[in-house]
Design a protein around this ligand. Structure first.
Ligand SMILES: [Zn+2]
Length: 106
């Protein structure tokens, strides 16, 4: 409930600038909405959050495990700010859209 009330009062601080894609600096308003608080960047095709989402929600977009092949071919950037049991966190790196598996973190 604390999370919800924070959002209702103008949002909470995120790591970095949440008005532009951290990967390519494209304004987030040009992106395609994938779900609540999550867009596909119009510039790089990355999956990024525009506000914190629940940690469990991030796994709908990017898995918690490595991609079996680990190939960068077709890989996309991701940068997801989340709220988990330890507060705000961030998952970012590269993943394979086909498997949702992680290719590289950070
Ligand atoms: Zn981008």
């Amino acid at each position: 409930m604390l999370f919800v009330s924070y959002i209702g009062h103008g949002g909470i601080k995120m790591s970095g600038d949440n008005t532009h894609c951290p990967g390519c600096s494209e304004p987030v308003e040009t992106g395609t909405r994938l779900g609540p608080g999550v867009i596909e960047c119009a510039g790089c095709g990355g999956t990024i959050t525009t506000r914190p989402i629940w940690l469990g929600e991030t796994f709908r977009y990017v898995s918690n495990s490595w991609d079996p092949e680990g190939s960068f071919e077709g890989a996309r950037y991701y940068d997801l700010t989340y709220l988990g049991s330890k507060g705000l966190g961030r998952r970012h790196g590269w993943y394979q859209p086909k498997t949702k598996g992680i290719v590289q973190t950070g």
